[in-house]
Write a protein that binds this ligand. Structure first.
Ligand SMILES: O=C(O)c1cc(=O)[nH]c(=O)n1[C@@H]1O[C@H](COP(=O)(O)O)[C@@H](O)[C@H]1O
Length: 224
């Protein structure tokens, strides 16, 4: 069975991204490329990393009016990523059009509440200080819109999966026990997040910041 771990290759440096792709190739299930990489290297860069053979999660977190998001997705279709992201707070119509615009085999998932936010942050934005309730509400909208699943923290995934049994749950904010949390606020260990119902674990710095990323991946995999 392939690994549930997607390694977040967060770097603008194509050579470094390829080095990480090679290092992670045997023990990761896929690679995630986000805005930091894409803004610097564009579609050609994504294709170069994809040549290393792992499925690509292209995480651009699109958030705009439905027409703009749909056209942006169509522009990326030649890349046929395994997974793409839009912000669920862009609304149901936007999510419907995003899914309709994506290639058949691409999973489109809705980012609910960023794992870097906690209740106090939500309150400061004028929302109820309860990330779980917000995730549940946005997950319901994503499901109704026909998306494949959502992005949420490990702390919400069990509840969200209860009402979306066959949903695809992408879980970042993953930290092995000894790892530094950094800018993440809603975190969970890899084993706990998988046990709670994650389909995919997104792990960046605990792997890419290690002296030996492949060893770090294997150590994490051993805890699953
Ligand atoms: O969509 C994501 O992947 C994402 C959503 C979210 O709520 N939180 C989050 O951290 N991510 C991404 O997951 C990765 C986490 O990286 P590390 O904190 O280094 O493990 C980054 O590439 C983030 O962009």
């Amino acid at each position: 069975m392939s690994s549930p771990i997607y390694v977040a290759i967060d770097t603008p440096d194509l050579a470094r991204a390829e080095e990480l792709a090679k290092a992670c190739k045997r023990h990761a299930g896929g690679l995630k490329l986000g805005l930091e990489f894409f803004n610097h290297n564009g579609r050609d860069g994504v294709m170069r990393v994809a040549e290393h053979g792992l499925p690509i999660f292209l995480d651009l977190k699109l958030h705009d009016i439905p027409n703009t998001v749909a056209k942006a997705i169509q522009s990326l279709n030649p890349l046929t990523p395994a997974i793409m992201t839009v912000h669920a707070s862009g609304g149901r119509a936007m999510m419907e059009d995003a899914k309709a615009a994506a290639p058949t085999g691409t999973k489109v998932v809705g980012v609910t509440v960023l794992t870097s936010l906690d209740g106090d942050d939500l309150k400061a934005m004028g929302m109820k200080p309860d990330p779980s309730a917000a995730v549940e509400r946005l997950a319901g909208q994503a499901k109704e819109a026909g998306l494949d699943g959502i992005v949420c923290s490990g702390q919400e995934v069990a509840v969200a999966r209860k009402s979306w049994r066959d949903g695809f749950f992408v879980v970042p904010g993953i930290r092995p026990k000894s790892a530094s949390v950094g800018d993440q606020k809603r975190v969970m260990t890899p084993g706990d997040a998988l046990h709670a119902g994650a389909s995919v674990l997104v792990i960046g710095r605990p792997v890419t910041g290690a002296e030996d990323p492949d060893m770090a991946l294997r150590e994490i995999a051993a805890t699953l």
